[in-house]
Design a protein around this ligand. Structure first.
Ligand code: CTP
Length: 402
């Protein structure tokens, strides 16, 4: 999934021949999952029609403060556009528009919106080669960079003038790739490695039977997805589940038993920054696993069980710099028991589920949790979707690194 997915992008189109490429640019941004609104300078309309860009962006296109077709309509408020946007992209950015951006010469809707923007602003210059090299253009680039804007450099090639050189707007594919790379590098969990356990474990009785539980794995998968979307490299160690997660930042390690989950977690733990144990690991397993399918014989049948290794506690024992998060599912004396678990397992944070809360626990799309940190600071949360609980857990990690 592209990092642009769900982003609100304000595309400013100024009047140069490269404006014809903005149609392809809008198409690519939409394809990447972004929402796009377009503002054109009046001159840009000589190169590409608002109808083309509005059809492709699935939104009205704006170019003046007033609705020219309906004088009774509300005015086009540049501040509202600016506040709506997650990022602004000015492409093509002509020499004229760039100079207005440098000087704050606010004579059209595009510049008024640019001056109101609090979001990151990217600009892709487009001009002839001598204009691109002109000292005033270069000084303008320096000023715009100093203001915090990000330049998407022009490319070399044949220019509309017939000359060949540097100045043509970066190709739409390259502009999208530039935005994705830049945004990815700034994601708050970029460079962090996170281990997540999820799902149930199955403890074999014989070759066809096992002891398991009803965990679906959803909580752990939602945590893995939320962390990956913020740039983390995630190792998701999951017991048997029907869930799937296709994300280039996630390595899925599928395991069956508690012992396999233990071994896999220990293989990765040394190299991770954060570990989150969301799996419902079986606490006991059959002491002896029958090599052949057990035949029914007597009226009753006894399986001797022995304890599995506590994965989370074992990670707590060897923890160094890692931020360690565990879950607790309690039915009584919840806070007290959770606090004991923090100490017993050497955790930094525990996510407490109480079975007394409606909508919490296995098989539910929702969860109601209380965070307790290692200093016993208690933060009760509302009943939320598991995706939102995952986001809250990730926010705790971000707070830790803030
Ligand atoms: N956990 C684990 N390995 C186990 C058992 C539990 O890693 N063998 C982890 C779970 O993933 C969860 C936390 O420990 O993060 C929850 O433990 P929980 O099952 O609630 O408590 P227990 O420590 O098993 O204690 P009890 O069942 O007595 O409440």
């Amino acid at each position: 999934m592209s990092v642009l997915s769900g982003k609100k992008i304000l595309l400013g189109v100024s009047g140069g021949i490269a404006a014809y490429k903005s149609a392809i640019l809008v198409r690519l941004l939409i394809k990447a999952g972004a929402q796009v609104k377009v503002i054109m300078t009046p001159a840009a309309k000589d190169f590409v029609t608002p109808l083309t860009l509005s059809t492709l962006s699935k939104n009205p296109v704006y170019s003046s403060f007033f609705n020219e077709e309906d004088e009774n309509a509300e005015w086009n408020n540049h501040v509202d556009f600016a506040l709506w946007a997650d990022l602004m992209l000015i492409a093509p950015a002509t020499a004229n528009t760039l100079s207005k951006m440098v000087n704050g010469n606010c004579d059209n809707l595009l510049i008024a919106t640019y001056l109101s923007a609090k979001c990151p602003v990217y600009f892709a210059p487009a001009m002839d080669l001598d204009m691109y090299k002109h000292p005033s253009t270069l000084a303008g680039f320096r000023s715009l960079r100093d203001f915090g804007n990000i330049i998407i450099p022009a490319e070399k090639g044949e220019l509309a003038s017939g000359l060949s050189g540097e100045g043509r707007m970066a190709e739409p594919e390259n502009i999208v790739a530039f935005l994705e790379k830049d945004l990815e590098s700034k994601l708050p969990l970029k460079g962090k490695k996170i281990l997540v356990t999820a799902g149930p474990t199955y403890e074999a009785i014989d070759p066809v039977r096992f002891i398991g539980n009803h965990s679906t794995g959803k909580m752990g998968f939602d945590i893995a997805k939320a962390a990956a979307n913020l740039g983390a490299e995630v190792i998701l160690v999951s017991g048997p589940t029907h869930l799937q997660l296709k994300n280039s930042n996630v390595t899925l390690e599928s395991v069956t038993s508690a012992q396999e989950m233990y071994d896999t977690c220990h293989r990765y733990f040394k190299e991770v920054d954060v570990a989150i144990a969301a799996a419902a690991v079986a606490d006991y397993k059959p002491k002896n696993v029958a090599a052949q399918k057990i035949k029914k014989s007597d009226v009753s049948f006894v399986i001797e069980l022995e304890k599995t290794k506590d994965i989370l506690a074992s990670l707590g024992e060897i923890k160094e710099q890692q931020f360690l998060i565990g879950f607790a599912l309690e039915t009584e004396n919840e806070i007290e028991h959770a606090k004991q678990k923090i100490q017993k397992k050497n955790l930094d944070l525990i996510v407490l589920n109480s079975l007394n809360d409606k909508g919490a626990g296995f098989g539910q799309p929702t969860n109601k949790v209380t965070f307790i940190d290692k200093n016993f600071v208690i933060t009760p949360m509302d009943l939320k979707s598991k995706e939102d609980v995952a986001a809250d857990i990730i926010n705790k990690i971000l707070e830790h690194y803030a």
